[in-house]
Ligand binder design. Structure first.
Ligand code: PA5
Length: 424
């Protein structure tokens, strides 16, 4: 397997295998598309069946934008935002050189954020990729109108050349606007929900503009699709992880903390939180997904994890090869007493922090650790890892008989907000 699942000390292995029968039937329901939410299972075989013509068009148009733009504004929220940002930061790092700057709007109602972002864009040559499956999400639609006005003030009637819309192929307000105005557009397949859409045009167009090989992303997703289409709990790490979560829950662990030692994985954790929280947290069920970034958060959350309530377990994403590394230098004066690290690589130090923390949390703090090891933070790995988590959460939710593909609870805040704003 390209990525590996483990639990420290292997104490769960035999318990995991006890779930084989239920996993077999959930796997069958997923792949035969007969289980709960089966009209949103388009992601299952997407790595093989994705629209190749649209893919070529994405590459072509991204090349054009890349050559011309200072900034690409990704205007979307939730599943129409987090995946692209997670990918761009994981794959390019946080200070990429020589790439088009990617900004995010339509993901908040904060007036300060919106006004500052518009102000920042005023003298930039920017394009907008507005992404909304429904085409009527308030945050996104508000920001899009403001961005359109800014584009109109810069380019008059040519403003539409600076807009790329990614939306439902047929329905919704945004698709109607595309048909009316004639923006360049891409489609979000009807049977793929927002949080499962990162390897559709939703993620692929911004990634391509950010200089990422979307061919590699799809190659990674395809490998995952093939490798993980196997219900056998002896070999399928996505299902091992899914079952391990359920065992944790039975042992009273109601909180899962996704741990990474790479800053560039912070937004990946946000993407994962949405995927897991929105898919599983319903009908009074589900494990609360949270995240930390070590060693940074060891200086803030470390105390709680070590000695606080014992209701959590950690899921560590361990990266084998960092994107960058360097040797820590010697200093003849050694006034800071740091020469004991001279000649060691920065990643060596990070790895020792990880090993030391695992021992502290698991052995001394009795906090169980599930470990997902990935070779690197490449585009290929991103494609694989996202599919891995799709498969894990679908299985996890089916194991508690929850439909992973809807989000009825999200409507409640919208209803109240629309009432207060006089929309309904
Ligand atoms: O996963 C989901 O379905 C949601 O997070 C949506 O992606 C999010 O609410 C944005 O919706 P839309 O793409 O319709 O604007």
């Amino acid at each position: 397997m390209y990525i590996n699942f483990d639990e420290k000390k292997g104490y769960l292995s035999s318990k995991i295998l006890e779930y084989q029968e239920v996993v077999d039937s959930a796997h069958e329901a997923l792949h035969a598309k007969t289980g709960k939410g089966n009209d949103f299972l388009g992601w299952i075989d997407w790595p093989e069946k994705y629209d190749k013509e649209e893919f070529v068009e994405i590459l072509k148009h991204a090349k054009k934008v890349k050559a011309d733009a200072d900034v690409l504004v990704v205007c979307g929220i939730g599943g129409s935002y987090l995946g692209a940002r997670a990918a761009i930061e994981m794959i390019n790092g946080l200070y990429p050189k020589g790439q088009v700057e990617i900004m995010y709007l339509g993901n908040t109602l904060s007036s300060t954020y919106i006004v500052q972002a518009l102000d920042y864009l005023a003298d930039k040559n920017f394009y907008v990729n507005v992404i909304s499956k429904s085409g009527q999400t308030t945050e996104t639609a508000m920001a899009f109108r403001l961005l359109k006005q800014l584009l109109k003030s810069k380019h008059q009637e040519n403003y539409k050349d600076y807009i790329i819309a990614t939306t439902d192929p047929k329905n919704g307000t945004l698709r109607a606007e595309v048909n009316d105005v004639g923006y360049k557009s891409f489609s979000i397949p009807a049977d793929i929900g927002g949080r499962f859409s990162v390897t559709t045009a939703v993620g692929l167009f911004p990634l391509a503009v950010a200089g990422i090989s979307i061919e590699e992303v799809m190659r990674g997703a395809l490998t995952a699709y093939k490798e993980l289409d196997n219900p056998d709990l002896n070999v399928n790490p996505a299902y091992q992880y899914a079952v391990a979560r359920r065992i944790m829950e039975k042992q009273g662990k109601s909180v899962e903390m996704l741990v990474s030692y790479e800053f560039q994985m912070t937004m990946f954790a946000e993407w994962w939180k949405q995927l897991f929280g929105e898919s599983e947290g319903k009908e009074g069920r589900g494990i609360l997904p949270t995240s930390v970034n070590f060693s940074t958060d060891l200086h803030s959350m470390g105390q709680f994890i070590q000695e606080g309530s014992k209701n959590l377990f950690e899921t560590l994403i361990a990266v084998e090869e960092p994107m960058e590394d360097m040797i820590f230098p010697i200093d003849e004066e050694d006034k800071d007493n740091m020469n004991y690290l001279s000649g060691k690589s920065l990643d060596y130090v990070n790895t020792q922090a990880r090993l030391g923390t695992l021992a502290a949390h698991y052995d001394e703090g009795s906090v169980p650790n599930l470990i997902i090891t990935i070779p690197d933070t490449s585009a290929y790995t991103f494609g694989y890892l996202t599919y891995f988590f799709f498969k894990s959460i679908a299985m996890s939710a089916y194991l508690i008989n929850v439909n992973p593909f809807n989000q009825p609870g999200v409507e409640v805040y919208k209803r109240n907000m629309f009432k207060l704003l006089g929309k309904i």
